[in-house]
Design a protein around this ligand. Structure first.
Ligand code: SAM
Length: 257
């Protein structure tokens, strides 16, 4: 099994780094980092992973910090094509999973267009990592049989990209919001207007799975002011649903609540 690389041609591995704790990367992901000729990584990638590369490996930080793009997405795609075009084995290391709000789809499309072979290596996405490391089971036979992962920040200006919060307010699915810190109060308000009870448990987890992890728990009605008071910001996920209350009892990693 392997990527679709032709003889002598480079290849790009779109590797998920996981949510923060370097031990959460897959065995395959780590093996590829250790063997690659070029590492192209994001901001939300553990420092430690950069030390896994072999001597002589080219390392590129193309990290995007909110509102401050180190390298535009188009340039990142060009860089991947250029490096693989030189015959290198390239690891494109992305925070969390490459195909969950990671623009891995766009990079795979660019590689395919350029005729470059690629593989996608999945990883623990922030929703799963943060839930596990704060003792919140996203599903539970007594409380929730569905999970919906949503972006709190529209990815594009397209109408189709707009989230209908009323739809998600209905039903009992656990909601996990990424990139929602800038609009938390408004989103919670829309969910309440849409019919989710203001008393629904909610939790916000910042820098989940890392030594910097902090979380705040409350309800849909008061989580936004609680988060503001605690000074939490990106990167963070918001978990909304009855299961969020289980973190009080089941939390094992984050003692400082
Ligand atoms: C551009 S998205 C990338 C998501 C990533 N591909 C994944 O699968 O987790 C960035 C957002 O993911 C969430 N995120 C990523 N890492 C996180 C962490 N360690 N703790 C909390 N949220 C995190 C935050 O909502 C952040 O704003």
């Amino acid at each position: 099994m392997g990527a679709m690389a032709g003889a002598g041609k480079g290849v790009v591995y779109l590797v998920g780094a996981g949510p923060g704790d370097p031990d959460l990367i897959t065995v395959k992901g780590r093996r590829l980092i250790e063997g690659c000729d070029a590492l192209v990584h994001d901001f939300l990638v553990a420092e430690e992973m950069k030390g896994w590369v072999k001597g002589g490996c080219e390392v590129y930080d193309v990290g995007k910090r909110s509102g401050r793009h180190t390298l535009e997405q188009g340039r990142i795609c060009e860089l991947l094509v250029e490096l693989a075009g030189r015959g290198l084995r390239v690891v494109r290391l992305k925070g969390g999973d490459p195909f969950v709000f990671g623009r891995g789809g766009e990079e795979a499309e660019a590689l395919r267009r350029a005729g470059i072979g690629y593989e996608v290596v999945p990883a623990v996405t922030a929703a799963l990592g943060c839930a596990a490391y704060s003792g919140i089971p996203l599903t539970h036979r007594d409380w929730s049989s569905a999970v919906t992962i949503l972006s709190g920040h529209p990815c594009t200006e397209n109408e189709a990209d707009r989230i209908d919060w009323e739809v998600h307010a209905r039903g009992g699915a656990t909601l996990v919001l990424y990139m929602a810190m800038g609009r938390l109060e408004g989103i919670c308000g829309q969910l309440i207007e849409g019919g989710r009870a203001a008393g629904t448990p909610a939790a916000v987890i910042e820098w989940g799975t890392t030594a910097r992890q902090k979380s705040v728990r409350g309800t849909l009605g008061d989580i936004a002011p609680r988060v503001a008071e605690a000074g939490l910001g990106a990167p963070a996920v918001v978990i909304i649903g009855e299961v969020a209350a289980l973190g009080d009892e089941l939390q094992w990693f984050d003692p400082g609540i």
